[in-house]
Design a protein around this ligand. Structure first.
Ligand code: IDP
Ligand code: MG
Length: 153
C-alpha cells in the first residue's frame, strides 16, 4: 500500500471546510494513517516549496500558509499518490475540473485548499517532513475487504 501527504491549507481551515474535505478522502476509501494540526514555520515552508523559491509569488505563498494552522494527513491506499492528486485537481482552482476538490471549493491559483504529494518519491520525503514515525499508524481498516478486491492487495 502506498502513502501520500495531504495538507489542508489555511484556506481550508479558515473557511471551516476541514470536515468536508476529510470526508471526501474517507468516502473514497483512503485510510487515514496520520492526522494532526500544525503551525508551519518559515524553515519547513522554504523546504516544502523549495521548487518555487525563485517565483515572485513565493512570499505571499509562504505567508498564506502561516495564517492559521494546517491539517496534515497521511493517507494510504493502492496508488494513493495518483488517486489523491486526481481528486485534488489542477493547481489553479479556476481551471480545476468540477468534481475535484479544488474545482469544487476554490477559484484561486494560490488559495487552493489542499496540498497533495505529486509522486511516490516526493510523498516519502514529504511524509517524513511533516510526521514523526510514531505519528503514522498501521492499523487495519475494518472495511478493507469491501474497498479492494481480494486480488488487489
Ligand atoms: P501543486 O500544489 O498543484 O502541486 P505547485 O506548482 O507545486 O502546485 O505549487 C505549490 C503551490 O504554490 C500551489 O498549490 C499554490 O498554492 C501556489 N502557486 C503555484 N503557482 C502559483 C502562482 O502562479 N501564483 C500564486 N500561487 C501559486
Ligand atoms: Mg506541488
Amino acid at each position: 500500500m502506498e502513502k501520500t501527504l495531504v495538507l489542508l491549507k489555511p484556506s481550508c481551515v479558515q473557511r471551516q471546510l476541514i470536515g468536508e474535505i476529510l470526508n471526501r478522502f474517507e468516502r473514497r476509501g483512503l485510510r487515514i494513517a496520520g492526522l494532526k494540526m500544525m503551525q508551519l514555520d518559515d524553515a519547513i515552508l522554504r523546504e516544502h516549496y523549495s521548487h518555487l523559491a525563485d517565483k515572485p509569488f513565493f512570499p505571499t505563498l509562504a505567508a498564506s500558509m502561516q495564517v492559521s494552522p494546517v491539517v496534515a494527513l497521511a493517507l494510504e491506499g493502492i496508488d494513493a499518490v495518483q488517486v489523491v492528486r486526481t481528486m485534488t485537481g489542477a493547481t489553479n482552482g479556476r481551471a480545476a475540473a468540477p468534481g475535484t476538490i479544488r474545482g469544487d471549493y476554490s477559484v484561486s491559483n494560490q488559495q487552493n485548499i489542499v496540498h497533495a504529494s505529486d509522486s511516490p518519491e516526493n510523498a516519502a520525503i514529504e511524509l517524513k517532513r511533516f510526521f514523526r514515525p510514531e505519528e503514522i499508524f498501521e492499523y487495519t481498516s475494518g472495511a478493507r475487504e469491501y474497498i479492494y478486491g481480494a486480488d488487489e492487495c
